[in-house]
Design a protein around this ligand. Structure first.
Ligand SMILES: Nc1ncnc2c1ncn2[C@@H]1O[C@H](COP(=O)(O)OP(=O)(O)OP(=O)(O)O)[C@@H](O)[C@H]1O
Ligand SMILES: [Mg+2]
Length: 300
């Protein structure tokens, strides 16, 4: 009798165990699926950036591509220089996504876009209560980029005090959050970019010489578009094809006169400007052909 009284208990317990087991299996499956989905997304991001090709057949661009190939498998710090719109960010991403760090974070910090009083905490993080507004602990961009790459864009905008702190981080390979006395060891690859002439900034006392030499370790200089010869046409055609496909616009082409126009122009805004001009021209064009009058440049 005692046994029969306990039986329902036993069965219910068993049912609970089964339910628990089922829930565990379900959550494990969900976890595995999310992981697979996450890995798949990472693959997509890597593919997109790896093969979002740096277009160009001109000698100066081929030189750049060779430098990227040389440097991508190492951990060496890289400085990318060049005028605005020449592809500095594209190069930084290409190095990261072709490197063994491709599955780890690529973190961009634009030195020119963050207010001076926030930049230190943005880069190195802070502990709760480190300063008036520090309500919570915050992980800095360097920590976020651990095992991956940090892209310090517009590095020429950094003030001297921060340059000193950055130099220390680069030398010691560790960061200390503001308000903490514990340093954290990091494994971060640094790629920096600027459209400024850093050597000139050093001469003027605006940029630390020792940091400059450290960053110069491996320099990749991007030539202005005007120095890339026929690449202007190659890039134009590629941007045009992409734009027409994205906007289902049919097959628009460039007239001979339009090509001459593009080749003769100086391109102050470089590749970014070319892309914008081509996309606008595609919209303005008649009879699926771009004529010189469809090409409107920023400076008239
Ligand atoms: N060689 C290239 N082939 C194809 N697309 C390119 C090339 N160079 C640049 N681009 C495209 O031109 C645009 C500008 O490039 P990017 O943002 O990398 O330039 P940047 O040098 O970082 O500019 P800025 O100094 O203004 O930040 C992007 O859309 C990029 O994809
Ligand atoms: Mg940029």
């Amino acid at each position: 009798m005692r046994h029969t009284e306990r039986e329902p208990d036993y069965i219910i317990k068993n049912d609970n165990a089964l339910i628990n087991l089922e829930n565990s299996v379900k959550s494990l499956c969900k976890h595995v699926m999310l992981r697979q989905e996450n890995e798949h997304l990472k693959d997509l991001v890597i593919d997109r950036n790896k093969y979002e090709t740096i277009l160009g057949n001109s000698t100066p661009v081929m030189k750049v591509l060779r430098l990227i190939q040389k440097v991508e498998k190492s951990n060496i710090m890289v400085l990318v220089t060049g005028q605005s719109g020449t592809g500095k960010e594209l190069v930084a991403k290409s190095i990261h996504y072709n490197s063994p760090r491709a599955r780890k974070p690529f973190v961009t910090v634009n030195m020119g876009a963050i207010p001076e009083d926030l930049i230190e905490s943005e880069l190195f993080g802070h502990e709760k209560g480190a300063f008036t507004d520090a309500r919570d602990r915050r992980i800095g961009k360097f920590e976020e980029a651990n095992e991956g790459t940090i892209f310090l864009d517009e590095i020429g905008e950094m003030d001297l005090m921060l340059q000193t702190k950055l130099l220390r981080v680069l030398q010691e390979k560790e960061v200390t959050r503001i308000g903490s006395n514990k340093s954290i060891k990091l494994d971060v690859r640094v790629i920096a970019a600027t459209n400024k002439n850093l050597a000139q900034e050093v001469k003027e006392g605006k940029f630390r010489e020792d940091l400059f030499y450290r960053l110069q370790g491996f320099l990749i200089h991007l030539p202005p578009l005007f120095e890339r010869g026929d690449d202007v046409v190659l890039l134009s055609k590629s941007f045009l094809t992409d734009f027409c496909k994205e906007n289902r616009m049919g097959n628009i082409t460039l007239s001979k006169e339009a090509v001459k126009f593009l080749m003769d122009y100086k391109w102050p805004g470089n590749v970014r400007e070319l892309k914008a001009v081509i996309e606008r021209a595609a919209i303005m064009s008649e009879n699926l052909t771009i004529q010189p009058e469809d090409l409107i440049f920023a400076n008239g």
